[in-house]
Write a protein that binds this ligand. Structure first.
Ligand code: ADP
Ligand code: MG
Length: 269
């Protein structure tokens, strides 16, 4: 059984891509098979896993808009996860898909095509772009759950309501089973009461679970992408790597929770 998780927040710089790479590597350490999908035309996830998009002939763009078989695009990475890479061509996909019937279902269709080829990942993590456009809606349509990385600063909640409205629409129209798994506090400075207060306010205001532990803000994260590996490899025993390992273990537990138990926090409205 594949668990598909969309990592989404239309705000940039909140550690979506870092979280996808790090949680993916942590799940692989636990022995799970993992596919990461880069849905951002900036291709930061692809870069950060050591792959230069300029070297690629085919990418997720061809799968989503030209019907290429996803297995022809997937690359193995040194982090022990597979990657469906992006290139700048993906910037055109939003426009290309906009007039297509069934555009919300293109990512779900790609994951189903893999299953039909006998390729069943334990986890598919979707690295969403910083917008609520076609690609993010398609990711939410393909997902069992959505995880919202959030930097706990005063104005960081401003987009959360809008994201949850989109989730609500997706539940109504394209994916009834979508669950909000919660917010993941990132770039967290636990030394200040401020971060904690902001987190509590957001969690209460939007009735959202908080996925623990918060990911501490540390300079180590700046070094990892240049090395083409996640922080779990470049800084094995750092606090940041350790926090992502604990988050991954909690996500494994969350995936085992029966759907019936979803009512309550972040559950169906
Ligand atoms: P997004 O995908 O949401 O735009 P990124 O994952 O690209 O965000 O992260 C934005 C920037 O913040 C990157 O330069 C990344 O290296 C840095 N970063 C991410 N997490 C941390 C952290 N815990 N501590 C310090 N820097 C971080
Ligand atoms: Mg990103």
């Amino acid at each position: 059984m594949t668990t598909t998780l969309a990592i989404a927040n239309q705000k940039g710089g909140v550690a979506k891509t870092t979280s996808v790479a790090s949680i993916g590597a942590a799940l692989a350490e636990l022995g799970h098979s993992v596919l990461l999908v880069d849905l951002d035309p900036q291709a930061c996830l692809t870069f950060s896993l050591g792959i230069d998009p300029e070297d690629l002939d085919v990418s997720v763009h061809h799968v989503l808009t030209k019907g290429l078989d996803p297995s022809e695009v997937i690359i193995e990475t040194e982090d022990g996860v597979d990657l469906m890479p992006a290139t700048i061509e993906l910037a055109r996909a939003e426009a290309d898909l906009l007039t297509r019937t069934g555009r919300e279902h293109v990512i779900r269709g790609a994951i189903e095509a893999l299953a039909e080829d006998g390729i069943d990942y334990d986890w598919v993590l979707l690295d969403c772009p910083p917008s609520l456009g076609v690609l993010t809606v398609a990711a939410l349509t393909a997902a069992d759950g959505v995880l919202v990385p959030l930097q706990c600063e005063t104005l960081s909640h401003r987009g959360v309501g809008q994201l949850l409205d989109t989730v609500h629409d997706v539940r109504r129209f394209t994916n009834r089973g979508l669950e909000v798994w919660g917010v993941l506090p990132t770039l967290y400075d636990g030394r200040t009461n401020h971060a904690r207060t902001v987190l509590e306010t957001i969690s209460d205001t939007y009735d959202l679970e908080v996925v623990e532990p918060p990911i501490p803000k540390t300079i180590k994260f700046a070094e990892a992408p240049a090395a083409g590996r996640s922080i779990l490899a470049t800084s094995r025993s750092s606090k940041g790597a350790q926090a992502y390992r604990e988050v991954a273990a909690n996500l494994v537990k969350r995936a085992a929770r029966p759907k019936a138990a979803k009512a309550g926090k972040g559950g169906a409205k």
